[in-house]
Write a protein that binds this ligand. Structure first.
Ligand code: AHR
Length: 549
């Protein structure tokens, strides 16, 4: 048996899933150094945030099932979903969009539900939406889920609300009034009375407000200078009601340094009263097929996903030219792999897709990137929570499952609020041929190219919280496990617990029929002195929790 085959067999050894790494440190092919005394910054829990848009099956069928539904619910909100969100310590949820936000009038979504107007949904002209009948809520919005329902959803899930305002099609006064509706004290304003009539006398104290969404595109097709003017106008003199309002400005699409530079240059010269708390970044990785892909497609997607790190660095540098003290930090409020249609669990789920081990790997190393840049990234929102793009959950009517992304968030919750520390990864890189193929947007722009690339053999991040060191590691290799020696510099290992998300098939995913096809398992790592030994199985996401003495 060849070494490669041996590793594969041993790493996948049946359901017992016990990885006993030998203590032959000198022979380990991969090394990780964790520098416990080299802190980066505290990992903002909000990095583990979520995103829900009035799009396809996210709100209706996903979050909202209605009070009279036979599906277990709390005031109309899917009960199983909030239970799972509590389990992963969901810190913040973004709503109502996305592109939908800049077409949404919040006043349509308050007051008695049976009196709320029906409106045309932003996504009505999407190809998938066009196939749906005209009575579908995906095309014509019933407004059953509005501000009160969203805030209740957040409260039930123990998350903070993050509301994206409509900058494109509503005036600034309407934004002031939305803040007034949410935050003005009980009995103080007419809007506070409307809120109280719905059963919520106490103010919601919403802190996070997005000032538009993708203002360079669906949010208004602004130039950076125009957007900067709008940002200043919308955020000047909004009543605070004692709440520390945190504005998130609409930042760059992927690596658009020009948009960032021009906005910050303008902001520097014409200082807003409220500089942005956050600068949003959107970075989707794109391909066509969610399930029907080969080894090279998987590596190409992984490679594409690693671009998030460069984007963070580029934005940070561009912002730092003008914002020297780095008052504004990054909010990556949309990210994840995005494929063409065909694997959604119901035709009403526009942009719904299956989530495989491949997606869990991209999601995991994206979270590792955020951890490694904890001083730069103050929030991130995986797009989207349920039934859309890179979801943690899939649901239709009374059927509900978690995807492998949920397992990633569950494992990585240990990083929330911990101190990120430097970790260096050395592992043989993965060489592959990156063939440009059509993605969900169409054929490759530069024509079909084929380029040799190298992908890092192991990727991950580390954090320390008191005596607990958490190390999360992705092995993107599709066939080879990585026998690894981990040196904990500046700490002694008292005990180690390992949890692994892995499968023998990169296409593995959960279905309503097989809800636990992919799930986490405990594994065994060996620790002694300041060294831990572990074999990271092929195509896996692992968490090592080390107790330091
Ligand atoms: O998440 C789907 C869409 O992608 C969002 O509405 C928009 O902001 C982005 O382009």
């Amino acid at each position: 048996m060849q070494r490669r085959d041996f590793l594969k067999t041993s790493a996948l050894a049946g359901s017992a899933f016990l990885f006993r790494a030998p203590l032959l440190a000198a022979t380990a092919e991969a090394h990780i150094e964790v520098l416990v005394n080299e802190p980066i910054a505290t990992i903002a829990p909000e990095i583990y945030g979520h995103f829900t848009e009035h799009l396809g099956g996210v709100i209706y069928d996903g979050v909202w099932v209605g009070e009279n539904s036979h599906i277990p619910n709390v005031g109309g909100i899917r009960k199983e979903l909030v239970e799972k969100l509590k389990a992963i310590k969901s810190p913040v949820i973004r709503w109502p969009g996305g592109c939908f936000a800049d077409s949404y009038d919040w006043k349509d979504g308050i007051g008695p539900r049976d009196k709320r107007p029906r409106r045309t949904n932003f996504w009505v002209d999407d190809k998938q939406a066009q196939k749906l009948p005209n009575n579908s809520v995906q095309k014509f919005e019933p407004n059953s889920f509005g501000t009160d329902e969203f805030v209740q959803f957040c409260k039930l899930s123990h998350a903070e609300p993050y509301i994206a305002a409509n900058l494109r099609s509503l005036p600034a006064l309407s934004f002031d009034q939305w803040v007034e509706y949410c935050n003005s004290p009980a009995h103080s304003t007419t809007y506070a009375d409307v809120r109280a009539a719905a059963g919520y006398a106490d103010p919601y104290n919403v802190r996070y407000w997005g000032i538009g969404n993708e203002s360079w595109g669906c949010g208004g097709n602004f130039t950076p200078e125009e957007y900067s003017n709008e940002y200043r106008r919308f955020t000047a003199w909004v009543p605070g009601y004692g709440v520390d309002l945190r504005y998130i400005a609409s930042g760059s699409n992927q690596n658009d340094v020009d948009w960032t530079t021009q906005f910050f240059e303008d902001i520097l010269h014409r200082r807003p009263i409220h500089p942005p708390f956050g600068w949003s970044v959107h970075n989707y990785t794109n391909a066509l097929e969610a399930l029907n892909f080969n080894e090279q497609d998987a590596y190409s997607l992984f490679y594409q996903g690693t671009s998030t790190e460069q984007i963070i660095q580029n934005m940070w540098s561009a912002m730092g030219v003008y914002d020297r003290d780095h008052y504004t930090r990054l909010v990556v409020d949309e990210y994840g792999p995005w494929y063409g249609s065909g694997t959604e669990v119901d035709p009403t789920h526009i942009f719904g897709q299956q989530i495989t081990m491949r997606d869990a790997i991209v999601t995991a190393f994206t979270l590792d990137i955020f951890n490694r840049h904890a001083e730069k990234v103050c929030m991130a929102n995986c797009a989207q929570l349920i039934n859309c793009i890179d979801s943690l959950f899939l649901a239709h009517e009374d059927k509900f499952i978690v995807t492998p992304n949920f397992n990633v968030f569950e494992m990585y919750a240990a990083h929330q609020g911990a101190q990120a520390v430097r970790a260096e990864f050395s592992a043989p890189s993965i060489g592959f041929t990156d063939i440009q193929k059509p993605d969900r947007w169409g054929p490759p722009r530069d024509g079909a190219r084929s380029v040799h690339r190298n992908l890092n053999g192991l990727m991950g991040s580390a954090s320390v919280n008191g005596k607990r060191l958490t190390l999360t590691v992705v092995n993107p290799h599709l066939t080879d496990g990585r026998e690894t020696q981990i040196a904990v510099r500046g700490g002694n290992v008292s005990s180690v617990n390992a949890t692994v998300l892995a499968s023998s098939d990169i296409h593995a995913h959960n279905t309503f029929e097989q809800p636990d096809a992919v799930t986490t398992k405990s594994a065994q790592a060996t620790g002694s002195g300041s060294t831990v030994s572990f074999t990271f199985p092929p195509m896996s996401v692992s968490k090592l929790e080390v107790t330091l003495s």
